[in-house]
Design a protein around this ligand. Structure first.
Ligand code: ADP
Ligand code: MG
Length: 476
């Protein structure tokens, strides 16, 4: 690739490199590719650029198209799982004995299930993540890493990165390459689903409540969504769990109110990790789940995104159950699955333990956690599995084949990070949005793709955690 040759030359010419990097950062400011800083996460006095790669990374066209093509089926699948209490009960039975967080979520799920159904409008804003697995024989294949069903981010401030990368390529004379970058305008599509759910709720004065955290590093991305909604005359408010707990209430019809405002949709940008909750927040979550407001996601859709559910879906016959008359859809989804193995108690789980301990470098051990930095690789995998292998604690995890993505060269730009040519790998994310009203899917869309890239020094990932940066496919 011409960009690879160019990078090799660039790195030997510090003056040229620095001036190109300055140009890239200045473009980032111009295009609103911004992030608040870890030092002052709640202030807009000082902001920095959102981390990104200097150049786009080469991505095989077939892999990207495959990921985009399967997304509406993934949307449907997530929705179907969320509507299947028997499936969720069975899939998570072992997990909730071993993992307190999943058990707490499941407790809320059961409580809500016991009450009469309040809301028939259901929606999801999800992101399915993939890596391109590079096999030894030279072939490659798209493999799903996970599906995020709560607080799935990555769109917002990064939407104009394609324009930035195109500019950078042009400015160094790589004109042909600059034509291999597609625009992807994710925020309008994702916001449209929120607006649709709000419209179906049918109260013009009701608001969309963004449930947010105390430390608001990603606030500028939220603002991109808020702006789309305000443009459609959909009012938005931001509240924290504590505020909902102190000032939120349900009326006799279970309509949710806060500060005198009726809430049509609760959009969770927080609440995906145990640390996000105090006893008070658990009460607030239950209050919102019991309410008539549309939840994005509701508790069952949240549970549908657990790693355990992902593993159960890979079992023979399970996808067929969700798509009984659509073998081609089953095939399309299953083609993206890596090997996934149960660690529930029993002979099958015993075999998983033995297999993992015999070849720890071929697998990843995953707890029921989101947000990056929670998985175990190599020696850590061995250590944790040795610790929990003989009792029910092991059911808190699943085992997955380790994907070996192709390595590329790039320069990662992040505040404070020294400039250097880095061996990196990328993850493709595909945004999906759906809204269902009773039996009818009224919206089922692909919201575009997101590329995120990290140094291969890191096994795990995360933009906010400072490992991953935004990137963009240079389609090859
Ligand atoms: P989280 O919900 O915390 O984001 P993920 O399943 O997405 O958990 O894993 C976090 C990161 O770990 C991924 O972004 C990827 O970089 C790495 N990872 C996850 N699963 C695998 C795998 N099977 N093979 C290789 N790397 C993986
Ligand atoms: Mg992830």
């Amino acid at each position: 690739m011409a960009t690879k040759v160019f990078l090799q030359q660039l790195i030997t010419n510090p003056d040229r490199l620095n001036s190109l990097v300055d140009e890239a950062k200045e473009l980032a400011f111009q295009y609103g590719i911004l992030l608040r800083t870890h030092e002052t996460p709640n202030s807009s006095e000082v902001v920095t650029y959102a981390p990104f790669t200097l150049f786009p990374s080469p991505v095989p066209k077939a892999a990207l198209l495959q990921a985009l093509a399967v997304q509406t089926h993934i949307n449907t699948l997530v929705d179907k799982i969320s509507q299947d209490p028997d499936f969720l009960e069975e899939a998570l039975a072992g997990t909730i004995k071993a993992d307190e967080f999943t058990a707490k979520l499941f407790g809320i799920y059961r409580k809500v299930q016991q009450e009469a159904q309040t809301q028939s409008i259901v929606m999801g804003l999800i992101r399915a993540d993939y890596m391109v697995d590079q096999r030894e024989d030279g072939t490659s294949s798209l493999k799903q890493i996970e599906i995020n069903t709560i607080a799935a981010g990555g769109f917002g401030v990064s939407d104009r990165l394609p324009v930035l990368h195109r500019n950078i390529l042009k400015s160094v004379g790589l004109l042909e390459e600059s034509k291999c970058i597609q625009d992807t305008n994710r925020t309008p599509g994702m916001s449209a689903a929120l607006a649709k759910a709000w419209e179906l709720y049918g109260q013009q004065r009701a608001v969309i409540l963004f449930l947010v955290e105390e430390v608001q590093l990603s606030k500028l991305s939220h603002r991109s969504i808020e702006r789309e909604l305000w443009n459609r005359n959909v009012p938005v408010i931001r509240r924290k769990f504590e505020e909902v707990s102190e000032r939120g209430s349900l009326d006799a019809d279970k309509r949710l109110f806060i500060d005198g405002l009726e809430v049509a949709v609760v959009y969770y940008r927080y609440g995906y990790m145990p640390d996000n909750y105090t006893d008070q927040s658990w009460d607030a979550r239950l209050l919102m789940e019991r309410s008539l407001a549309v939840k994005c996601p509701d508790i069952s859709t949240h549970l549908a995104g657990t790693k355990k559910v992902q593993q159960v879906l890979a079992r023979p016959g399970v996808l067929e159950k969700f798509f009984p008359d659509q073998p081609q859809v089953v095939e399309q989804i299953r083609a993206t699955f890596a090997g996934l193995y149960t660690l529930d108690m029993g002979p099958e789980g015993d075999r998983t333990v033995a297999m993992a301990l015999a070849n720890p470098d071929n697998f990843v051990l995953k707890p029921q956690r989101e947000g990056g930095g929670n998985n175990y690789f190599g020696e850590d995998l061995t250590r944790i599995l040795q610790e929990v292998k003989s009792d029910e604690r092991r059911a808190a995890y699943i085992l997955m084949d380790r994907i070996r993505p192709r390595t590329e060269q790039n320069i990662l730009l992040r505040k404070g990070l020294p400039l250097k040519l880095t061996s990196v790998c990328y993850e493709i994310g595909v945004c999906g949005a759906y809204v269902r009203n009773g039996q009818e899917m009224v919206l089922n869309e692909v919201g575009g793709h997101i590329l995120r890239t990290k140094s291969i020094e890191h096994n795990d990932a995360g933009i906010i955690g400072g490992v991953t940066v935004f990137d963009n496919p240079l389609i090859i």
